[in-house]
Design a protein around this ligand. Sequence first.
Ligand code: GLN
Length: 549
Amino acid sequence: MTKHIFVTGGVVSSLGKGLTSASIGLLLESRGLTVRMQKLDPYINVDPGTMSPYQHGEVYVLDDGSETDLDLGHYERFTSSPLSRDSNYTTGQIYLSVITKERRGDFLGQTVQVIPHITNEIKAAICKFDGPGVDVVITEIGGTVGDIESLPFLEAIRQLSLDLGRENCLYIHLTLVPYLKAAGELKTKPTQHSVGQLRQIGIQPDILICRTERSLSRDERAKIALFCNVPLEAVIEEKDKEFSVYEVPISLMEHGLDELIVRKLGLKGGEPKLDHWRELLHRLRNPQHEVAIAVVGKYAEHRDAYKSIYEALSHGGLAHSAQVRIHRVHSEAVQQQGAQALLKGVDGILVPGGFGERGIEGKIQAIHYARTQGIPFFGICLGMQCAVAEFARHVCGLQGANSTEFDPQTPHPVICLLDEQKRITDKGGTMRRGAYPAVLAPGTRVAAAYGVLGISERHRHRFEFNNAYREILTAHGLQIAGTSPDGSLVEIIELPDHPWFVGVQFHPEFKSQPIRPHPLFAAFVGAALEHRKPAASAPAPSPAAIPSA
Ligand code: GLN
């Protein structure tokens, strides 16, 4: 029988429920158990695809094209649990489904209500993965206990212990134990209140994971245990990691978390095998080299907007035992101050994906700088589209070349909408999304990086390379390094006479794991390291000029 772990959060948001859930997943998988991961989000949007990164951070895309919460990125980086559209449900999706059923007449004669109709729908979503071969489903509940909007989700997980048996469900509550400098003490009261709120709605947590800046003493843990009605061993500390999020799983294991989980749920499985993860931490802690990469985007100040890109860059560094220092550079600042002022001295420049006109000219300037200075360049999705526009304008002399997304009247629409996209009016869930195959041209940098000629990568965009410009662009030296298998869609461009200049229409960052760095990120960081070599004695970029990560 499949067991269920529910992870809730209390006191404040941004506690790292996603990372903690992913860490639990890794620990259980390391014991040979089969795990499925899932996130329930209490907002009304059907998916985060229509939200700004300011609201929600990056939109994480799965193979099946679902646009999901960025916590699913943690799940994929830490575990091997396959994810699909059943791995992320929102309130909006749940209601949409119930209301569709109501209109169809599925509930004829009944009053449709939050309990039982909405809660039944939530329970069905949670149990989607149950079955032979799946030992545990870990369901993370978004939001903070006490929020009005997460109540139906909490009520559903409360009911599930009646439906499935209390012994088959485990409630883990992640909470904050703040340190008050003035008092010189760690404070347990917020945790007591948060657990109190959970108990009011009928959920007694089995395990408390306490986020804290300082280690909890035995007395502090005992106090939390007493007030929150859990045994002492179930108060687990999760201290802030100064170094890397990849330290969390081992630290939780050292505090006995996985041992407790398997015991409480009666799970079989062996001792945890985490040698590969320890090895990874060792490499992270002992880099042999350092490299500076600028990520030029319009959400540079937002830590989560390019989450998977930052992670994938650090994975790329791991492939070369290099620490990647990421400089988050505002594309609008490049526009105002010039590329030289903000990018001088970096070893590589990455322009990530994005939407809308703001900051576009700054990105194009950054790409111009990378191209003309021979600095390794990696353009992702919008980054590739901007690279095509830059090349068209400055190498092919196509003045005003642009994407029709930013200039519908451009004389040279080098990036444009295909007919099927022109017909679409709805904004939600209508882009080209999910995994698409591509074939690579032999002898290219990308073919060398992947080591194969057939690849599959995840997409999320509306606009495409305009084939009407293929001839003129390639005649001037742009290489089409990858296309859709029928050759009709340009998926990768390269500049052969540049040290490393690659633009991809897809999002490779979604498929990079610390233990399996993505080949393109590894190759890009490798090229940046090469670029750094001759200039090893050159002064490091001034931190004042470049906002550092
Ligand atoms: N805005 C561009 C498009 O829709 C690029 C999208 C992206 O970078 N994800 O095609």
